[in-house]
Write a protein that binds this ligand. Sequence first.
Ligand code: SAH
Length: 343
Amino acid sequence: MTDIKSLSFDGLSDEISKLNLPKFRCNQIYQWLHKDGVSSFDEMTNLSKSLREQLSANYYIADCIIEDKYVSALDGTVKYLFRLYDGEYIETVVMKYKYGYTICISSQVGCKMGCKFCASTLAGFKRNLSPAEMESQIHAAQRDLNVRISHIVIMGIGEPLDNYDNVIRFFKAVNDKRGLNISLRDITISTCGIVPNIYKLIDEKLPVTLTLSLHAPNDAIRSKTMPVNDKWGIDEVITACREYADRTSRRVSFEYTLIKGVNDSKECAVELAGRLKGFNSHVNLIPVNDVEERGNVRSSNKSVNNFCDTLKSLGINATIRRTLGSDINASCGQLRRKKKSGD
Ligand code: SAH
């Protein structure tokens, strides 16, 4: 069986001609899959029953089925635990901002990167998500909430630059006018710093926003929490980000999760400011979310504020991330792990 929703328009068009169907069928089917986001061929009501049967005999639609759903009583943030066709689970979060709805999607089932503060990596890596499985997270959430999602961040479970080709195909699919028609400028990709793929992404010339999970001002501290840093050190990764900003004219953001006694001192802030001097970037400060097994302690509000003030006084754009959905464990990786261990 072929994953029909992961095909590009041209790929679908080839399949349609293989089935000896007229060309206009391709437009119809593409629209059902990508604009309407249907989860079954039976919903394609302008196709005959026999054609729908022919399609279901040859293809499947990779869907996301709601296994659990949590709605924050504080701010309306919604978190889904989705089940995939093979019984694996992923997590997706939808947040409401002034400018519209933003979805935070997963790019892999689990993660290989091993960051010490993160829950996603604890339950192990299973597999990459297909372009369709990334897109279906948006369709399933839109269907359930009856809203239009306008912004995407790839900051859920997984490392998107470790699933490079599928992520690029996903960008092209959601940007297609015949589909969700989401502007590339409204898409943010977050990476722990797979440097060669940052350069590859620059060459794609897609105006998506890049966010780097930095979390430390130097190699010694970064290597303690992020194994990826042993492969591509902090100088190399920041140079790649500067190149990204220069070549795409998009401002790069840095995520900096504050962990008490690890990376939240004044010296750390001063060192970080030194590294980012003259770089038109933005630092997002996030007090670490508690993950039981990780034993990291969140920095006090006072340290977070001091860290932010130090950066600003040294000319660095910095803000403290507003926490949404704090009552529903909205930080990713925790639900999948609980599901797997049967809690
Ligand atoms: N692999 C990608 C995207 C997924 S992680 C990346 O590393 O960027 C999304 C963001 O959440 C990253 O910045 C990650 O470092 C951060 N994060 C992970 N666990 C966290 C925790 N316990 N508290 C706060 N932020 C966390």
